[in-house]
Design a protein. Structure first.
Lengths: 311, 125
Protein backbone atom coordinates (compact mmCIF):
# COMPACT_ATOMS: atom_id res chain seq x y z
CA UNK A 1 0.00 0.00 0.00
CA UNK A 2 1.39 3.40 -0.91
CA UNK A 3 1.48 6.28 1.50
CA UNK A 4 0.07 9.73 0.84
CA UNK A 5 2.15 11.07 3.71
CA UNK A 6 5.30 9.50 5.02
CA UNK A 7 7.15 11.15 7.85
CA UNK A 8 10.15 9.73 9.60
CA UNK A 9 12.12 10.91 12.61
CA UNK A 10 10.79 14.44 12.56
CA UNK A 11 12.46 16.80 15.03
CA UNK A 12 11.48 20.40 15.50
CA UNK A 13 12.20 22.77 18.32
CA UNK A 14 9.64 25.56 18.45
CA UNK A 15 11.14 27.30 21.47
CA UNK A 16 12.30 26.52 24.98
CA UNK A 17 8.91 25.11 25.98
CA UNK A 18 8.05 22.85 23.09
CA UNK A 19 9.56 20.44 20.61
CA UNK A 20 8.55 17.57 18.37
CA UNK A 21 10.73 14.59 19.11
CA UNK A 22 10.99 11.87 16.51
CA UNK A 23 7.50 12.00 14.97
CA UNK A 24 6.98 9.22 12.38
CA UNK A 25 3.75 8.66 10.45
CA UNK A 26 2.63 6.67 7.42
CA UNK A 27 -0.77 7.72 6.07
CA UNK A 28 -2.07 5.15 3.53
CA UNK A 29 -3.41 6.53 0.26
CA UNK A 30 -7.20 6.65 0.33
CA UNK A 31 -7.48 6.45 4.11
CA UNK A 32 -9.15 8.83 6.51
CA UNK A 33 -6.44 9.32 9.06
CA UNK A 34 -7.14 10.89 12.43
CA UNK A 35 -4.47 12.92 14.15
CA UNK A 36 -5.51 13.11 17.74
CA UNK A 37 -4.00 14.93 20.67
CA UNK A 38 -4.64 17.48 23.36
CA UNK A 39 -4.25 21.18 22.66
CA UNK A 40 -0.56 22.02 22.60
CA UNK A 41 0.56 18.49 21.74
CA UNK A 42 2.10 19.53 18.41
CA UNK A 43 -0.66 18.77 15.89
CA UNK A 44 -0.62 22.14 14.16
CA UNK A 45 3.19 22.27 14.20
CA UNK A 46 3.33 18.84 12.52
CA UNK A 47 0.81 19.96 9.91
CA UNK A 48 2.77 23.12 9.16
CA UNK A 49 5.90 21.01 8.70
CA UNK A 50 4.00 18.71 6.32
CA UNK A 51 3.02 21.68 4.19
CA UNK A 52 6.51 23.16 4.17
CA UNK A 53 5.49 26.22 6.22
CA UNK A 54 8.15 25.31 8.77
CA UNK A 55 11.50 23.59 8.35
CA UNK A 56 12.31 20.55 10.45
CA UNK A 57 15.57 20.32 12.40
CA UNK A 58 15.85 16.66 11.42
CA UNK A 59 13.85 13.93 9.71
CA UNK A 60 12.26 13.39 6.29
CA UNK A 61 8.81 14.25 4.91
CA UNK A 62 7.25 12.81 1.74
CA UNK A 63 3.84 14.11 0.69
CA UNK A 64 2.15 12.62 -2.40
CA UNK A 65 5.53 11.24 -3.41
CA UNK A 66 7.33 14.58 -3.21
CA UNK A 67 10.00 15.64 -0.77
CA UNK A 68 8.94 18.50 1.53
CA UNK A 69 10.01 21.27 1.93
CA UNK A 70 12.28 20.84 -1.16
CA UNK A 71 9.42 20.30 -3.64
CA UNK A 72 6.64 21.79 -1.53
CA UNK A 73 5.44 24.18 -4.24
CA UNK A 74 4.92 21.24 -6.62
CA UNK A 75 2.72 19.42 -4.19
CA UNK A 76 0.73 22.22 -2.54
CA UNK A 77 -1.64 22.58 -5.52
CA UNK A 78 -2.69 18.96 -4.96
CA UNK A 79 -3.51 19.49 -1.27
CA UNK A 80 -6.69 20.99 0.13
CA UNK A 81 -5.80 22.64 3.41
CA UNK A 82 -8.17 23.88 6.08
CA UNK A 83 -6.06 25.73 8.64
CA UNK A 84 -6.90 26.01 12.30
CA UNK A 85 -7.47 29.73 11.84
CA UNK A 86 -8.88 30.89 8.50
CA UNK A 87 -6.42 33.07 6.60
CA UNK A 88 -8.90 34.94 4.42
CA UNK A 89 -9.20 38.69 4.04
CA UNK A 90 -12.14 39.88 6.09
CA UNK A 91 -13.08 42.54 3.55
CA UNK A 92 -13.74 40.04 0.72
CA UNK A 93 -17.23 38.89 -0.05
CA UNK A 94 -17.98 35.15 -0.13
CA UNK A 95 -18.17 35.05 -3.94
CA UNK A 96 -14.90 37.00 -4.24
CA UNK A 97 -13.15 34.60 -1.88
CA UNK A 98 -14.37 31.70 -4.04
CA UNK A 99 -13.22 33.35 -7.29
CA UNK A 100 -9.89 34.32 -5.75
CA UNK A 101 -9.29 30.76 -4.61
CA UNK A 102 -10.44 29.28 -7.92
CA UNK A 103 -7.80 31.25 -9.81
CA UNK A 104 -4.99 29.37 -8.04
CA UNK A 105 -6.11 25.84 -8.82
CA UNK A 106 -6.20 24.30 -12.30
CA UNK A 107 -8.31 21.44 -10.89
CA UNK A 108 -10.96 23.84 -9.51
CA UNK A 109 -14.50 22.44 -9.80
CA UNK A 110 -16.88 25.39 -10.14
CA UNK A 111 -19.90 23.07 -10.24
CA UNK A 112 -18.95 21.52 -6.92
CA UNK A 113 -18.31 24.97 -5.42
CA UNK A 114 -21.79 26.14 -6.49
CA UNK A 115 -23.37 22.95 -5.18
CA UNK A 116 -21.66 23.29 -1.78
CA UNK A 117 -22.52 27.00 -1.59
CA UNK A 118 -26.18 26.06 -2.01
CA UNK A 119 -25.98 23.14 0.43
CA UNK A 120 -24.25 25.32 3.02
CA UNK A 121 -26.63 28.25 2.38
CA UNK A 122 -23.73 30.70 2.00
CA UNK A 123 -24.80 34.09 0.69
CA UNK A 124 -22.29 35.16 -1.98
CA UNK A 125 -22.70 38.84 -1.19
CA UNK A 126 -21.79 38.47 2.49
CA UNK A 127 -18.55 40.05 3.67
CA UNK A 128 -16.27 37.50 5.35
CA UNK A 129 -15.78 39.54 8.51
CA UNK A 130 -19.55 39.31 9.11
CA UNK A 131 -19.79 35.52 8.75
CA UNK A 132 -20.51 33.42 11.80
CA UNK A 133 -17.93 30.87 12.89
CA UNK A 134 -20.07 28.10 11.41
CA UNK A 135 -20.39 29.89 8.05
CA UNK A 136 -16.66 30.51 7.94
CA UNK A 137 -15.99 26.83 8.71
CA UNK A 138 -18.31 25.81 5.86
CA UNK A 139 -16.64 28.26 3.47
CA UNK A 140 -13.20 26.86 4.33
CA UNK A 141 -14.41 23.33 3.61
CA UNK A 142 -16.02 24.49 0.35
CA UNK A 143 -12.71 26.04 -0.77
CA UNK A 144 -10.68 22.96 0.13
CA UNK A 145 -13.05 20.46 -1.53
CA UNK A 146 -13.70 22.47 -4.69
CA UNK A 147 -10.04 22.38 -5.65
CA UNK A 148 -10.53 18.58 -5.98
CA UNK A 149 -7.42 17.76 -4.02
CA UNK A 150 -5.76 14.34 -3.83
CA UNK A 151 -5.02 15.02 -0.17
CA UNK A 152 -7.05 16.98 2.36
CA UNK A 153 -5.22 18.31 5.38
CA UNK A 154 -7.74 19.50 7.91
CA UNK A 155 -6.58 21.16 11.11
CA UNK A 156 -9.44 21.08 13.61
CA UNK A 157 -11.97 21.77 10.83
CA UNK A 158 -14.98 21.71 13.13
CA UNK A 159 -13.48 23.41 16.18
CA UNK A 160 -15.90 25.96 17.59
CA UNK A 161 -18.71 25.01 15.18
CA UNK A 162 -22.19 24.32 16.48
CA UNK A 163 -23.44 20.72 16.09
CA UNK A 164 -25.58 21.48 13.02
CA UNK A 165 -22.70 23.15 11.15
CA UNK A 166 -20.34 20.36 12.22
CA UNK A 167 -22.72 17.78 10.75
CA UNK A 168 -22.96 19.60 7.44
CA UNK A 169 -19.19 20.02 7.15
CA UNK A 170 -18.50 16.35 7.92
CA UNK A 171 -21.25 15.15 5.57
CA UNK A 172 -19.73 17.19 2.74
CA UNK A 173 -16.32 15.70 3.51
CA UNK A 174 -17.66 12.13 3.54
CA UNK A 175 -19.58 12.67 0.33
CA UNK A 176 -16.41 13.98 -1.33
CA UNK A 177 -14.29 10.97 -0.39
CA UNK A 178 -17.09 8.53 -1.28
CA UNK A 179 -16.88 9.67 -4.89
CA UNK A 180 -13.15 9.64 -5.54
CA UNK A 181 -9.87 8.43 -4.17
CA UNK A 182 -8.67 11.07 -1.81
CA UNK A 183 -6.70 10.83 1.39
CA UNK A 184 -7.85 12.77 4.43
CA UNK A 185 -5.53 13.78 7.24
CA UNK A 186 -7.69 15.29 9.94
CA UNK A 187 -6.55 16.63 13.28
CA UNK A 188 -8.93 17.05 16.16
CA UNK A 189 -9.24 16.96 19.89
CA UNK A 190 -12.89 15.92 19.45
CA UNK A 191 -12.50 12.19 19.91
CA UNK A 192 -16.05 11.16 19.05
CA UNK A 193 -15.90 12.92 15.76
CA UNK A 194 -12.85 10.97 14.65
CA UNK A 195 -14.20 7.74 16.10
CA UNK A 196 -16.92 7.77 13.46
CA UNK A 197 -14.97 8.42 10.33
CA UNK A 198 -11.35 7.38 10.66
CA UNK A 199 -9.64 4.19 9.48
CA UNK A 200 -6.52 4.83 11.50
CA UNK A 201 -5.50 7.20 14.24
CA UNK A 202 -2.23 8.49 15.54
CA UNK A 203 -2.20 9.91 19.03
CA UNK A 204 0.19 12.75 19.67
CA UNK A 205 1.17 13.90 23.13
CA UNK A 206 3.95 16.24 24.19
CA UNK A 207 5.49 16.26 20.71
CA UNK A 208 5.57 12.45 20.35
CA UNK A 209 3.40 9.88 18.63
CA UNK A 210 2.33 7.66 21.52
CA UNK A 211 0.08 5.31 19.54
CA UNK A 212 -0.61 4.62 15.86
CA UNK A 213 -3.10 1.89 14.94
CA UNK A 214 -6.20 1.03 12.88
CA UNK A 215 -9.05 2.42 14.94
CA UNK A 216 -10.87 -0.91 15.44
CA UNK A 217 -7.71 -2.52 16.82
CA UNK A 218 -6.96 0.44 19.03
CA UNK A 219 -10.46 0.37 20.46
CA UNK A 220 -10.77 -3.38 20.91
CA UNK A 221 -7.55 -3.42 22.95
CA UNK A 222 -8.56 -0.72 25.41
CA UNK A 223 -10.22 -2.10 28.52
CA UNK A 224 -10.80 -1.43 32.14
CA UNK A 225 -10.01 -4.51 34.24
CA UNK A 226 -11.23 -5.10 37.75
CA UNK A 227 -8.74 -7.44 39.38
CA UNK A 228 -8.11 -8.90 42.82
CA UNK A 229 -5.16 -10.63 44.45
CA UNK A 230 -2.54 -8.45 42.80
CA UNK A 231 0.90 -9.47 44.11
CA UNK A 232 3.10 -6.76 45.54
CA UNK A 233 5.75 -7.39 42.88
CA UNK A 234 3.90 -7.48 39.58
CA UNK A 235 5.84 -9.10 36.72
CA UNK A 236 5.74 -7.36 33.32
CA UNK A 237 2.39 -8.17 31.66
CA UNK A 238 1.93 -8.98 27.94
CA UNK A 239 -0.38 -5.94 27.67
CA UNK A 240 0.18 -2.32 28.73
CA UNK A 241 -1.15 -1.08 32.03
CA UNK A 242 -1.93 2.61 31.59
CA UNK A 243 -3.33 3.41 35.00
CA UNK A 244 -3.75 1.53 38.29
CA UNK A 245 -6.29 2.53 40.90
CA UNK A 246 -6.32 0.83 44.27
CA UNK A 247 -9.80 0.04 45.54
CA UNK A 248 -9.19 -1.97 48.70
CA UNK A 249 -6.07 -3.97 49.61
CA UNK A 250 -5.26 -6.28 46.68
CA UNK A 251 -8.21 -5.09 44.56
CA UNK A 252 -7.41 -2.75 41.75
CA UNK A 253 -8.88 -1.23 38.63
CA UNK A 254 -6.55 -1.02 35.65
CA UNK A 255 -6.93 0.81 32.39
CA UNK A 256 -5.05 -1.28 29.83
CA UNK A 257 -4.01 -1.11 26.21
CA UNK A 258 -3.31 -3.96 23.73
CA UNK A 259 -5.54 -6.32 25.70
CA UNK A 260 -6.43 -9.71 24.17
CA UNK A 261 -8.75 -12.28 25.68
CA UNK A 262 -5.97 -14.85 26.01
CA UNK A 263 -4.18 -12.48 28.40
CA UNK A 264 -6.61 -13.69 31.05
CA UNK A 265 -4.32 -16.74 31.34
CA UNK A 266 -1.38 -14.56 32.28
CA UNK A 267 -3.44 -13.09 35.10
CA UNK A 268 -4.37 -16.58 36.26
CA UNK A 269 -0.72 -17.74 36.19
CA UNK A 270 0.19 -14.84 38.42
CA UNK A 271 -2.56 -15.56 40.92
CA UNK A 272 -4.66 -12.56 39.92
CA UNK A 273 -8.45 -12.90 39.81
CA UNK A 274 -10.09 -11.15 36.88
CA UNK A 275 -13.42 -9.86 38.15
CA UNK A 276 -14.61 -7.90 35.16
CA UNK A 277 -13.50 -6.65 31.75
CA UNK A 278 -15.15 -3.36 30.79
CA UNK A 279 -14.94 -1.95 27.28
CA UNK A 280 -13.52 1.54 26.97
CA UNK A 281 -14.52 3.84 24.17
CA UNK A 282 -11.83 5.79 22.38
CA UNK A 283 -12.19 8.84 24.57
CA UNK A 284 -11.93 6.93 27.84
CA UNK A 285 -8.96 4.98 26.55
CA UNK A 286 -7.43 8.17 25.36
CA UNK A 287 -7.77 9.97 28.66
CA UNK A 288 -6.21 6.93 30.38
CA UNK A 289 -3.35 6.97 27.88
CA UNK A 290 -2.67 10.64 28.55
CA UNK A 291 -2.93 10.13 32.32
CA UNK A 292 -0.35 7.37 32.16
CA UNK A 293 2.00 9.68 30.31
CA UNK A 294 1.37 12.49 32.76
CA UNK A 295 2.57 10.20 35.54
CA UNK A 296 5.71 9.33 33.56
CA UNK A 297 6.58 12.92 32.72
CA UNK A 298 5.75 15.31 35.51
CA UNK A 299 4.63 17.99 35.26
CA UNK A 300 2.10 17.53 32.49
CA UNK A 301 -0.58 20.14 32.30
CA UNK A 302 -1.57 19.17 28.75
CA UNK A 303 -3.35 15.98 29.62
CA UNK A 304 -5.57 17.47 32.30
CA UNK A 305 -6.46 20.24 29.88
CA UNK A 306 -7.38 17.64 27.35
CA UNK A 307 -9.51 15.57 29.68
CA UNK A 308 -11.54 18.66 30.37
CA UNK A 309 -11.82 19.75 26.78
CA UNK A 310 -12.82 16.45 25.34
CA UNK A 311 -15.79 15.84 27.61
CA UNK B 1 -32.87 1.15 10.47
CA UNK B 2 -29.54 2.80 11.25
CA UNK B 3 -30.64 4.94 14.19
CA UNK B 4 -28.49 4.71 17.28
CA UNK B 5 -25.39 3.33 15.67
CA UNK B 6 -22.86 3.68 18.44
CA UNK B 7 -19.38 4.77 17.35
CA UNK B 8 -18.24 4.40 20.97
CA UNK B 9 -19.15 0.74 21.14
CA UNK B 10 -16.31 -1.79 20.92
CA UNK B 11 -18.34 -3.50 18.18
CA UNK B 12 -16.92 -2.05 14.97
CA UNK B 13 -19.30 0.23 13.05
CA UNK B 14 -19.26 -2.01 9.97
CA UNK B 15 -20.41 -4.93 12.12
CA UNK B 16 -23.19 -2.82 13.62
CA UNK B 17 -24.43 -1.91 10.14
CA UNK B 18 -24.17 -5.48 8.85
CA UNK B 19 -26.05 -6.70 11.89
CA UNK B 20 -28.98 -4.32 11.39
CA UNK B 21 -29.28 -5.36 7.76
CA UNK B 22 -29.02 -9.05 8.62
CA UNK B 23 -31.89 -8.70 11.09
CA UNK B 24 -34.00 -6.75 8.59
CA UNK B 25 -33.39 -9.38 5.92
CA UNK B 26 -34.21 -12.22 8.34
CA UNK B 27 -37.42 -10.48 9.38
CA UNK B 28 -38.43 -10.08 5.74
CA UNK B 29 -38.43 -6.33 6.21
CA UNK B 30 -35.99 -6.22 3.31
CA UNK B 31 -37.27 -8.55 0.59
CA UNK B 32 -35.25 -10.28 -2.13
CA UNK B 33 -34.26 -7.81 -4.83
CA UNK B 34 -34.61 -4.74 -2.59
CA UNK B 35 -31.84 -2.22 -3.12
CA UNK B 36 -29.68 -1.11 -0.23
CA UNK B 37 -28.72 2.59 -0.01
CA UNK B 38 -25.66 3.45 -2.11
CA UNK B 39 -22.34 3.57 -0.28
CA UNK B 40 -22.13 7.28 -0.92
CA UNK B 41 -25.62 8.00 0.44
CA UNK B 42 -25.33 5.87 3.55
CA UNK B 43 -21.84 7.17 4.42
CA UNK B 44 -22.93 10.78 3.90
CA UNK B 45 -26.15 10.37 5.89
CA UNK B 46 -24.39 8.68 8.79
CA UNK B 47 -21.19 10.76 8.47
CA UNK B 48 -19.04 7.65 8.53
CA UNK B 49 -16.16 6.43 6.42
CA UNK B 50 -17.39 5.10 3.04
CA UNK B 51 -14.96 2.20 3.50
CA UNK B 52 -16.96 1.18 6.58
CA UNK B 53 -20.14 0.88 4.50
CA UNK B 54 -18.31 -1.12 1.82
CA UNK B 55 -16.94 -3.42 4.52
CA UNK B 56 -20.45 -4.02 5.89
CA UNK B 57 -21.85 -4.78 2.44
CA UNK B 58 -18.92 -7.11 1.63
CA UNK B 59 -19.50 -9.02 4.83
CA UNK B 60 -23.17 -9.56 3.93
CA UNK B 61 -22.13 -10.54 0.43
CA UNK B 62 -19.72 -13.17 1.76
CA UNK B 63 -22.61 -14.55 3.82
CA UNK B 64 -24.73 -14.77 0.68
CA UNK B 65 -27.32 -12.30 1.94
CA UNK B 66 -26.75 -9.53 -0.59
CA UNK B 67 -25.32 -9.15 -4.05
CA UNK B 68 -23.04 -6.27 -5.02
CA UNK B 69 -23.46 -5.46 -8.71
CA UNK B 70 -20.71 -3.41 -10.25
CA UNK B 71 -22.02 0.03 -11.06
CA UNK B 72 -25.64 -0.52 -10.13
CA UNK B 73 -25.61 -1.07 -6.39
CA UNK B 74 -26.19 -3.65 -3.68
CA UNK B 75 -29.32 -5.79 -3.60
CA UNK B 76 -30.84 -8.24 -1.16
CA UNK B 77 -30.37 -11.81 -2.38
CA UNK B 78 -32.78 -14.73 -2.43
CA UNK B 79 -32.79 -15.92 1.15
CA UNK B 80 -34.71 -19.11 1.76
CA UNK B 81 -37.06 -19.64 4.70
CA UNK B 82 -34.68 -22.03 6.55
CA UNK B 83 -31.87 -19.50 6.34
CA UNK B 84 -34.15 -16.71 7.56
CA UNK B 85 -35.27 -18.87 10.46
CA UNK B 86 -31.62 -19.53 11.33
CA UNK B 87 -30.80 -15.83 11.31
CA UNK B 88 -33.82 -15.13 13.49
CA UNK B 89 -32.77 -17.81 15.97
CA UNK B 90 -29.27 -16.32 16.10
CA UNK B 91 -30.72 -12.89 16.81
CA UNK B 92 -33.01 -14.30 19.53
CA UNK B 93 -30.03 -15.98 21.20
CA UNK B 94 -28.07 -12.75 21.01
CA UNK B 95 -30.86 -10.83 22.74
CA UNK B 96 -31.08 -13.44 25.50
CA UNK B 97 -27.30 -13.38 26.01
CA UNK B 98 -27.46 -9.62 26.27
CA UNK B 99 -30.25 -9.82 28.83
CA UNK B 100 -28.39 -12.42 30.90
CA UNK B 101 -25.12 -10.47 30.82
CA UNK B 102 -26.88 -7.26 31.76
CA UNK B 103 -28.77 -9.04 34.55
CA UNK B 104 -25.54 -10.58 35.87
CA UNK B 105 -23.88 -7.15 35.99
CA UNK B 106 -26.75 -5.91 38.13
CA UNK B 107 -26.59 -8.97 40.37
CA UNK B 108 -29.98 -10.38 39.27
CA UNK B 109 -30.42 -14.13 39.57
CA UNK B 110 -31.83 -16.27 36.79
CA UNK B 111 -34.88 -17.00 38.95
CA UNK B 112 -35.57 -13.29 39.33
CA UNK B 113 -35.31 -12.80 35.59
CA UNK B 114 -37.70 -15.70 34.95
CA UNK B 115 -40.26 -14.23 37.35
CA UNK B 116 -39.98 -10.87 35.61
CA UNK B 117 -40.36 -12.45 32.15
CA UNK B 118 -43.46 -14.38 33.27
CA UNK B 119 -44.95 -11.25 34.83
CA UNK B 120 -44.32 -9.32 31.63
CA UNK B 121 -45.96 -12.04 29.52
CA UNK B 122 -48.99 -12.16 31.84
CA UNK B 123 -49.39 -8.44 31.44
CA UNK B 124 -49.48 -8.88 27.66
CA UNK B 125 -52.18 -11.53 27.62
Amino acid sequence: MTSAIEVSGLQYRAGPGFSLTGVSLAVPTGSIYGFLGPNGSGKTTTIRLLLGHLRADAGTIQVLGESVPKNAERVLARIGYVPERPHLYGTLRVEEAIQYHASFYPTWDAGLAAELQRAFRLNGAMVLSRLSKGELGKLMMLLALSQRPELLVLDEPTDGLDPAARREVLSALVEFVAQRTATVFISSHLVHELERICDRVAILDGGRVVSELPIDILKSGMKRLRVAGVPRMLPAPPFTILTRDLEVAGSETWAVQNWQTQHAEWLLENGITLREVIDLDLEEGFVALLQSRAVLAQPASDSSDFARLST
Amino acid sequence: MFEHLDPRSPIPLYEQIAHRLRVAIAAGELAAGAGLPSVRKLATDLRINPATVVQAYRELESEGLVEMRQGSGTFVGEVGAPRRARERATEARRLVRELLASGARKGLSLAELRVAIDAELDGKR
